[in-house]
Write a protein that binds this ligand. Structure first.
Ligand code: ATP
Ligand code: MG
Length: 426
């Protein structure tokens, strides 16, 4: 036997037992997004590496060490997308749908990061994201956050806490950054290797450190909210008022800085303690500088992305059931004539009964063998077509899970029976 090939580490197969719940979530997402006037975009999985370098930032974890980059046959450096925002801005500039417009967009798809795989952290994962452009907020910030709250409600997820913060304008952040460097420089020897490196490259990220040894040092650091510019402070206050007005509860987390470079003003995360270490289910914020940074006309922007695997894990922890996708009916066909007639009978029934899940026997077999398969399929009803039924112009009906007599009926009657089975909700 030749050697077995396994999936790439950190890249998961989604099997039929799981896809039902995924489809349910996808349907709810779509309905909620569309209900808020967001329109779907589907963008490439691969972009020029340069796009991510210029947007996410050279000194972020993603660009430094997590990207799946490769040279294609033209010797051009390409990367699998690690997130969706950069590609969305790229497309917006390219197709001219950002400038002087106010698009609200959403997407859903696979993202790729070469991280250490663990629960809630994979190398291929899926994000549902929304991005809006051309609106300075904070009303749109609030709408978008309230929309995420509506998602949890529609899905019946509980136990998510909304944390918000403001990172200020780029100018305010630069001024704060100097204060922060000054502070941490005094304690450089106490910093871990990662933080020491970040002191030079991206000091705000030190605040985000998960190292417990640094906790008290970080507690004592100058506070970002105290160094906010007037404009950002007003923006943040108005956002808080708007959220309160629509009944979305939040806490201010001054340590919330987000991993990506391009955020300004509003940042937020939805976190839970029900998933262990990887507790952030959804994260987003405002990124007013990015469009210009990528060569477009200055355009304000705000968006979020939620991690599908983490959301699904939370739903499972909370007992959500997968959508039903077992067949209603198993069609048993014995004999060559029945096999010939079976294909069109199946097509007729599927055509007449919306939502019918009909599984047709393939590969022949005796009545007994086919009844066994019918039983195993989980179907409620077995339809039987053999020489006898064909001669009578009828179809046999056997209820596999209910104590009802076996019968032979003309096709129209069978269709009525199946309609009943489908509308009974299974
Ligand atoms: P984290 O701090 O957990 O690494 P992040 O700041 O890198 O998250 P974002 O880039 O903001 O995450 O992505 C938004 C969301 O996508 C996260 O909140 C999370 O739910 C999900 N996500 C990010 N990376 C992964 C991953 N490797 N595997 C699964 N989900 C992920
Ligand atoms: Mg990360």
């Amino acid at each position: 036997m030749s050697q077995q090939i396994q999936a790439v580490r950190g890249m998961n197969d989604l099997l039929p037992e799981q896809t039902g719940l995924w489809r349910h979530v996808e349907r709810v997402l779509r309905a909620v997004f569309e209900g808020h006037g967001y329109r779907e975009v589907r963008l490439p999985l691969v972009e020029k590496t340069e796009l991510f370098r210029r947007s996410i930032g050279e000194v972020t974890d993603i660009v430094e060490k997590e990207m799946y980059s490769f040279e294609d046959l033209n010797k051009e450096s390409l990367s699998l997308r690690p997130e969706g925002t950069a590609g969305c801005v790229r497309a917006g500039i390219e197709h001219g749908f950002l400038h002087n417009q106010t698009p609200r967009l959403w997407y859903l798809g696979a993202m790729f990061r070469h991280e250490r795989p663990q629960k809630g952290r994979y190398r291929q994962f899926h994000q549902a994201g929304v991005e809006t452009y051309g609106m300075t907020g904070p009303d749109i910030d609030a709408e978008l956050i309230a929309m995420s709250a509506a998602l949890w409600r529609s899905l019946g997820v509980t136990g998510l806490q909304l944390q918000i913060n403001s990172l200020g304008t780029v100018a305010a952040r630069h001024a704060y950054r100097e204060k922060l460097v000054e502070y941490f420089k005094q304690y450089e020897t106490q910093l871990d290797e990662d933080s020491r490196r970040r002191l030079l490259t991206n000091p705000l990220r030190i605040l985000d450190s998960k190292n417990p040894d640094l906790k008290s040092l970080i507690e004592g650091a100058p506070r970002l909210l105290e160094h906010l510019d007037e404009e950002s402070r007003t923006h943040f206050d108005r956002l808080k008022n708007l959220l309160a007005a629509c009944g979305v509860e939040f806490v201010v987390n001054e340590r919330l800085v987000r991993g990506l470079d391009y955020y300004t003003k509003t940042v937020f995360e939805w976190v839970t303690d029900q998933l262990g270490a990887q507790g952030t289910v959804c994260a987003g914020g405002r990124y007013d500088g990015l469009v210009e940074q990528l060569g477009g006309k200055a355009t304000p922007a705000v968006g979020f992305a939620l991690g599908m695997e983490r959301l699904l894990a939370l739903l499972e922890v909370q007992g959500s059931q997968s959508l039903e996708d077992t067949p209603h009916v198993y069609l048993i066909l014995v004999g060559e004539s029945a096999e010939r007639a079976g294909l069109s009978l199946a097509a007729t029934l599927r055509g007449q009964i919306p939502g019918l899940r009909l599984l047709m026997n393939c590969g022949g077999g005796s009545f007994k063998a086919q009844f066994k398969r019918a039983d195993k399929s989980g179907a409620e009803i077995a339809l039987v077509l053999g020489d006898e039924e064909l001669e009578k112009g009828a179809v046999g009906v056997k209820f596999l899970r209910a104590d009802r007599p076996q019968q032979q009926q003309p096709v129209e009657q069978v269709a009525a029976l199946l309609r009943e089975a489908v509308s009974n909700g299974s």
